[in-house]
Structures are given as structure tokens and as C-alpha cells.
Design a protein around this ligand. Structure first.
Ligand code: FMN
Length: 174
């Protein structure tokens, strides 16, 4: 089994979180890749047994292109892939105190396009333990991925990532 880890990042926080995810998964995953480097060649997503995709939110309150990273240009292409049955998990970095009304909004946008491609979405997380007022990334009462707040709650990142990776191992059958 090889799980691909892909991230978009402006200031390195999402990249750093992916390094922690890789650390937890060890040989089960490939080294994290910046999506700006795979632009145009997302066919490599098809070769992976599963995907973990990490995305920050920079375009506060926007409906479209919420991340402000290379993911935004890939969304339509992702939606047109055939990823039927492939397990895909989303991780979103954000700032719950600074952007409380729009916490990790970009996760839902990426989630939507992978779902359109037929992927089996996994890695949903309870909102318990997060303090915020609004997020577009809540589906049926849960976050549609793992929110990580490196701005205000970096002391919780290690534990959040650890728990999530245990969940993914079970949900992805690793
Ligand atoms: C101008 C600006 C806008 C931001 N907008 C949001 C937002 O709407 N929602 C959110 O959760 N975080 C927001 N953030 C926080 C970033 O998403 C967070 O710092 C993220 O970890 C950055 O990831 P990166 O370093 O990988 O680019 C914003 C930060 C800045 C500086």
C-alpha cells in the first residue's frame, strides 16, 4: 500500500503538518509533495492506493478558490478524474481564533471535488475540542477532515495528527 500525501502551502505550516503525518505513517506513505510541483500531472493520484490532501485557507469568506494555493487551479481537474472507491482524506490548516467565522473553509471545497471524482472520503473529525463560530467544512455535524491550527493551538497538533493517523489506518485498511 502506498498513500500519497499532497499539500498546498504559502508559509510552510501545511507542509510541516504533512511531515508529521508522514512521520506517523512511516513506510505506508510516500514523502509529502507540494501540489504546485505536480501541476498538470495529477494522473499520479490514480496510482496511489489512497490520498491525504492538506490545504490551508487564505481567501477568507470566498466561495471559490478558498485556499490561495496551487490546489485552486487543480480543483476542476480533480473533479474530472475517475477515483471511484479510492480512499481520500483531507487535512485543513487554519486559525480558529483569528478567522473564527471561516475556520478551515478550504477543506470542504477540496473535499467536494474529490467526492465528485468518486473517491471514498474518510477521516472525518468531531468538532469537539475546537473553538470557532463558523466553518464551511462541517458536513453532517462533523469536520470533513482534520483541522489543524498551527497559529493558536500548535501544542495540540502532535496529538491531533497522531489520533487522526490511527483513524486513517483503520478507515483506509492500512
Ligand atoms: C491573510 C490571511 C487570511 C487567512 N484566512 C483564514 C481563514 O479564512 N480561515 C482560517 O481558518 N485560517 C485563515 N488563515 C490562517 C492560515 O490558513 C493558517 O495560518 C495556515 O496554517 C497557513 O498555512 P500555510 O503556511 O501552509 O500557507 C489566514 C491567514 C492569513 C494571514
Amino acid at each position: 500500500m502506498t498513500i500519497g500525501i499532497y499539500f498546498g502551502s504559502q508559509t510552510g505550516k501545511t507542509e510541516m503538518v504533512c511531515a508529521k503525518i508522514k512521520n506517523e505513517l512511516g513506510d505506508l506513505s510516500a514523502d509529502p509533495k507540494d501540489v504546485s510541483e505536480v501541476r498538470g500531472d495529477i494522473s499520479q493520484f490514480l496510482e496511489m492506493d489512497g490520498l491525504i490532501c492538506a490545504i490551508p485557507t487564505w481567501n477568507t469568506g470566498e466561495e471559490e478558490n478558498r485556499s490561495g494555493t496551487a490546489w485552486d487551479e487543480l480543483l476542476e481537474k480533480i473533479g474530472n478524474l475517475d477515483l471511484r472507491g479510492k480512499p481520500v482524506a483531507i487535512c485543513g490548516t487554519g486559525d480558529a481564533a483569528g478567522y473564527a467565522d471561516n475556520f478551515v473553509d478550504a477543506m470542504e471545497e477540496l473535499h467536494r471535488y474529490f467526492e465528485k471524482a468518486g473517491a471514498k472520503m474518510v477521516g472525518y473529525v468531531s468538532t469537539d475540542g475546537y473553538t470557532f463560530t463558523g466553518s464551511k467544512s462541517i458536513i453532517d455535524g462533523k469536520f470533513c477532515g482534520l483541522p489543524v491550527d498551527e497559529d493558536g493551538e500548535s501544542d495540540q497538533t502532535e496529538e491531533r495528527v497522531k489520533l487522526w493517523c490511527t483513524q486513517l489506518k483503520s478507515e483506509m485498511g492500512l
